[in-house]
Design a protein around this ligand. Structure first.
Ligand code: NDP
Ligand code: 8X3
Length: 377
């Protein structure tokens, strides 16, 4: 699967697959070599990780000229920053996500952690519906629940990615997975999918409202109506359509948990973020409001509100596929999709009497939407 993903240029997914190979069989022939060379060449946000893979590859063959060259290039391109160098703070600017020159990432020899996933004993057969499971936070969330024995309903528009996840989760974890490819902006499609669930997938215990996106980063007088409509339709109306169909069952059963993926953008507006921020403020308001409506029905409602998160397609989507503009994480270490997935999993696994209302998290180098230490990773 990793090879196929790399062939079609989906390097992030290839890395994801090959990382799993490392987990299962760390001595798989040439796996670190493949990971190192591909990551160094194609995934510029993962330079430090690429260096770790390449070092590992050299442990098997210290004379591999291609690996040595790739490593040398990474180190030359990266430079170093003394560990005790004071953090330079980016002043407030009009661009929360500027393209800074390539980073001063120290290349270190850390052990590979590969998205630590909390390992809890499989104690239940709960059913989790995750919207937007085809990439980023949604995919990482699907992974952690699959790994921990939950049954899954996965949604998103890209069917082939859903199928890949289902095949892998079934093979690796024995997870039961139902795929529901639909566009959350289409109320008819949402209803067709959720009103006709197979019997064994009707009792949804946990709903993770994750599907969402930003489009554009422009002042209000220059914003594109199409962008605005896409964001409002996906982030607000899509979340409502799904929630409206899932909550009656929870109310009937007097149990359930809804976890909304908000954002730091739903806590503080930032320049040019106007409509995206408004949609995430809406998610914040809806989370609080749903909580009022549902607490007496024994339904938990939570929100996770992260700052910048890498290992997602968020920036690429925001800048309409412009890969250069999307390089907004080169000069600091943002959160990873797995960090947010772990926060979601943590909220979902508290004892039944505990409702985490909101979990706000930033990367260590990010203090607010606009205040980011961009002095290097
Ligand atoms: P990704 O772009 O990686 O993932 C977005 C997911 O949403 C994809 O699975 C996509 O699936 C799905 N999606 C988008 N539009 C639709 C649609 N119309 N119908 C169905 N599914 C849709 O980004 P992230 O993982 O970063 O984003 C997930 C959530 O996290 C979003 O709500 C985002 O606002 C929020 N967030 C992200 C942060 C970040 O810095 N990355 C920070 C804070 C919050 P597909 O395209 O296959 O339909
Ligand atoms: C994503 C974080 O700061 O790009 O919600 O809005 S930000």
């Amino acid at each position: 699967m990793g090879d196929m993903a790399a062939e079609r240029g989906d390097y992030l997914f290839a890395k994801y697959c090959w990382d799993r190979v490392v987990e299962v069989e760390p001595n798989f022939p040439n796996i670190y070599r493949k990971l190192g060379l591909m990551t160094a060449e194609h995934l510029r946000d993962y330079r430090e990780t690429a260096a770790i893979y390449l070092h590992k590859a050299l442990e098997t063959n210290a004379h591999d000229a291609e690996v040595r060259a790739a490593l040398a290039q990474l180190v030359e391109g990266g430079g170093t920053k003394p560990a005790n160098e004071p953090a330079a703070q980016t002043p407030e600017t009009n661009e929360p996500t500027t393209n800074q020159p390539t980073t001063n990432q120290p290349i270190t020899n850390q052990p590979i952690t590969n998205q630590p996933i909390t390992s809890q004993p499989i104690t239940n057969n709960q059913l989790v519906l995750i919207t937007g499971a085809t990439s980023g936070i949604g995919r990482a969330t699907a992974e952690i629940f699959a790994r921990n024995g939950y049954r899954l309903i996965l949604t998103g528009r890209r069917v082939e990615r859903l199928v890949e996840l289902k095949n892998r989760f079934e093979a690796e974890f024995g997870t039961e997975v139902l795929l529901l490819p639909f566009d959350v902006r289409d109320p008819g499609a949402v209803e067709a999918a959720l009103a006709n669930l197979p019997e064994s997938f009707q009792n949804i215990d946990i709903l993770v409202n994750n599907a969402g996106l930003a489009k554009g980063l422009a002042p209000i007088h220059e914003g594109q109506l199409e962008h605005w409509e896409t964001m409002i339709d996906t982030n607000v109306k899509g979340l409502l359509y799904v929630t409206r169909l899932v909550t009656p069952g929870m109310v009937r059963r007097k149990s359930g948990h809804i976890i909304n993926v908000g954002s730091s953008a739903g806590k503080e507006a930032y320049p040019n973020g106007n409509v995206y921020c408004a949609t995430k403020f809406a998610v914040d308001a809806l989370t609080k409001s749903m909580r009022f409506d549902l607490h007496a029905h024994n339904i938990r409602v939570s929100q996770v509100s992260p700052g910048h998160v890498e290992e997602t397609e968020f920036a690429l989507n925001r800048f309409d596929g412009d890969a250069d503009r999307a390089k907004i994480y080169n000069d600091f270490q943002p959160l990873k999709s797995s960090d947010v997935a772990e926060a979601i999993y943590f909220m979902a696994t508290r004892p039944p009497h505990v409702n985490i209302q909101d979990l706000q998290l930033f990367a260590t180098q990010q203090a607010s939407s606009m205040v980011i230490d961009r002095s290097g990773r």
